[in-house]
Design a protein around this ligand. Structure first.
Ligand code: PLP
Length: 445
């Protein structure tokens, strides 16, 4: 037999083989149990093995799994677009379905550029973005991403988009504190626009809560209102990358709702299919669609599997499940429960520098010295040690922060399925405490 190889994330590492999942737990083929405290990559928002979703998948598969979007539309795709428009704030009424978060942000970027073209403003092609951000791995999405490690190999092929600092209060790039800071991190957008010229800028993109690159960095209260005001004043579209934060992760359909901001375009992904099917979307406002509808009438993007009926049926079933079980409404209560317990760990272990986030998207940043906030040296690979020790102890965490981008500190994200119970959160804390204790002892040696 010919030898074959699966290309895994780290080629010389052994990965356990998964067998099945149930609720917040996963089991490998050796019956080892893992508590999924990260929902995989912040994706399995309603947990694993949910009967209702499996039923919906079977039902749709027995009817039709694939049609080409240039030949047919389908009931699941039409119903999903309708449902998302009903759930979304403001005039975000148009859905363009794709298969991954990277495709969603790329589509958002293309729609923004096309919007200005249709209005005759063809020089507006740049997308401004922030350092310490991640918008996806395809070249357009990576161009917008302020993620040094992921950009490094492809720099010559990328646009030079990341422009301004993030609202990273724990390590304020301006050495200020809220509220006296005057929101310099948001004001920096205005400076960048003036320098580059609004006539060259199509949009500004940002993750409402910075995920993989930062470790659930939530902005200060008025940050997004200021950002939106600056964008509007300079005729620049605001794209919210809600691939990680959307679909209830922070307790609302979109995280932007927390600050009363309605973006012009939104990228959705991850929780949309909750891991049961690959599906993502660019959600576009009436305002942005208007010149396209009265102009070329074609949104220049799309993929073979865009608006796939099977994936759309899954996403509809996920929405039904979220609604029928009142899941989004319970997020803030669960978040408070988990935050209180995580804050206690901060006082127990001297390497926990910051606990932050929004809803059930919680970041923990690790430091060598809590007073000076000195990060661990990169050679210590602290984030990887945390992830591996936790996994040994049956706990799945998501790596983030500096281990990923070489600028800020080591961090992890805790983002369990939104369906997690209080008992399961206690179990999560217990396994995390054991993990931290082991790390503490290894540092002392
Ligand atoms: N945008 C954000 C905020 C993300 O967190 C990610 C993935 O982690 C992406 C975009 C890219 O999504 P995908 O990995 O599905 O392409």
């Amino acid at each position: 037999m010919k030898q074959s190889y699966l290309i895994k994330p780290i080629l010389d590492e052994d990965y356990p083989i998964i067998d099945f999942g149930k609720g917040v737990y996963l089991y490998d083929i050796e019956f080892k149990e893992y508590l999924d405290a990260s929902s995989g990559a912040v994706t399995a928002n309603i947990g694993h093995g949910v009967k209702e979703i499996i039923k919906a998948m079977k039902r749709q598969a027995s009817k039709i799994s694939f049609v080409y979007r240039s030949q047919f539309t389908s009931e699941p795709a039409e119903q999903l677009a309708q449902k998302i428009a009903e759930m979304a704030v403001g005039d975000l009424n148009w859905s363009f379905f794709v298969n991954s978060g990277s495709e969603a942000t790329e589509t958002a970027m293309k729609v923004a550029i096309q919007y200005w073209q249709e209005k005759g403003l063809k020089t507006k092609t740049k997308i401004l973005s922030r350092w310490v951000s991640y918008h996806g791995i395809t070249l357009g999405a990576l161009s917008m991403s302020g993620h040094a490690a992921r950009r490094a190999r492809f720099t010559p092929l990328l646009e030079d988009f990341p422009t301004i600092h993030p609202p990273y209060c724990y390590r304020c790039p301006f050495n200020q504190t809220v509220p006296g800071c005057g929101y310099l991190c948001a004001q920096e957008l205005e400076t960048a626009i003036t320098r580059i010229g609004a006539e060259h800028i199509a949009a500004f993109i940002a993750e409402p809560v910075i995920g993989a690159a930062g470790g659930a960095i939530s902005p200060p209260e008025h940050y997004y209102q200021l950002i939106k005001e600056i964008c509007d004043r300079h005729q620049i579209l605001f794209i919210a990358d809600e691939v990680m934060t959307g679909f209830g992760r922070t307790g609302t359909m979109l995280a932007c709702e927390h600050w009363g901001v309605v973006p012009d375009i939104v990228a959705l992904g991850k929780g949309m299919g909750a891991g049961y099917a690959p599906i993502a979307a660019a959600l576009v406002s009436d305002r942005v669609m208007e010149p396209i509808l009265s102009g070329s009438k074609v949104v220049m993007s799309g993929h073979t599997l865009s608006a796939n009926p099977q994936s759309c049926a899954v996403s509809l079933a996920v929405i039904n499940y979220l609604e029928q079980n009142n899941i989004m409404k319970m997020v803030s209560e669960k978040s408070a429960y988990l935050f209180t317990k995580l804050q206690k760990l901060k006082f127990q272990f001297p390497f926990i520098g910051d606990v932050r986030g929004l809803g059930l998207l919680i970041g923990i940043e690790f430091v060598q010295d809590v007073q000076t906030k000195t990060p661990f040296p990169r050679s210590a690979s602290f984030t990887q040690k945390v992830i591996k020790t936790a996994m040994k102890n049956g706990l799945l965490l998501y790596p983030a922060g500096a281990g990923m981008d070489g600028i800020n500190g080591d961090a992890i994200i805790i983002s369990p399925p939104l369906t997690i119970t209080n008992d399961e959160m206690d179990e999560l804390i217990e396994r995390l405490t054991i993990t931290c204790q082991e790390l503490f002892e290894s540092i002392q040696k």
